[in-house]
Design a protein around this ligand. Structure first.
Ligand SMILES: [Zn+2]
Ligand SMILES: [Zn+2]
Length: 124
C-alpha cells in the first residue's frame, strides 16, 4: 500500500504483539484498522513504530485517498483536541493518523477517560 499522504512511498508493516499497522517511514503517518487505533493508544510498548520525530516526506496532497480502496477519506475533528485530525475511510473504516498525531492522541487519551475519549472519536 502507498502512503495516502506522500502517495509515492510504500507503507511498511509494523508488528506490535498481535497488532499489525502500516507506517510511512517518510511522514511517520500510520494506517490502522477500526479497533486497532484504540489498542495503539492503550499499548505501552509500541515496538518499532515511530511515534516521535519530525515528519518529513511529501505532506501536501489533499484530500487523502484510502490506501486500500482509493475512496476519499473523511476528516474527523474534535474541538477538545483541535490539533488532531483523524482521516477515516467511509468504505473500509481504516484510519489514517499523520505523523505525531498518535503521540498526541496517547497523551490526551491517558489524561482523559480513555473510554469516553474513544466514544467521541471512533464513531464513523
Ligand atoms: Zn508518507
Ligand atoms: Zn478504505
Amino acid at each position: 500500500m502507498k502512503c495516502p499522504r506522500c502517495t509515492i512511498y510504500d507503507l511498511k508493516t509494523v508488528k506490535i504483539e498481535d497488532l499489525e499497522v502500516d507506517q510511512c517511514e517518510e511522514c511517520l503517518g500510520i494506517w490502522c484498522d477500526i479497533g486497532e487505533m484504540k489498542a495503539l493508544v492503550e499499548q505501552t510498548n509500541l515496538g518499532d513504530l515511530k511515534i516521535t520525530g519530525k515528519p518529513g516526506g511529501l505532506r501536501t496532497i489533499v484530500p487523502l485517498s484510502c490506501p486500500r480502496d482509493g475512496k476519499t477519506l473523511v476528516m474527523i475533528k474534535d474541538l477538545k483536541a483541535a490539533d488532531i485530525e483523524i482521516d477515516i475511510c467511509p468504505t473500509c473504516a481504516g484510519r489514517w493518523l499523520d505523523g505525531g498525531e498518535l503521540d498526541r492522541l496517547r497523551q490526551k487519551g491517558l489524561l482523559a477517560n480513555v473510554k469516553n475519549f474513544f466514544v467521541t472519536y471512533l464513531i464513523s
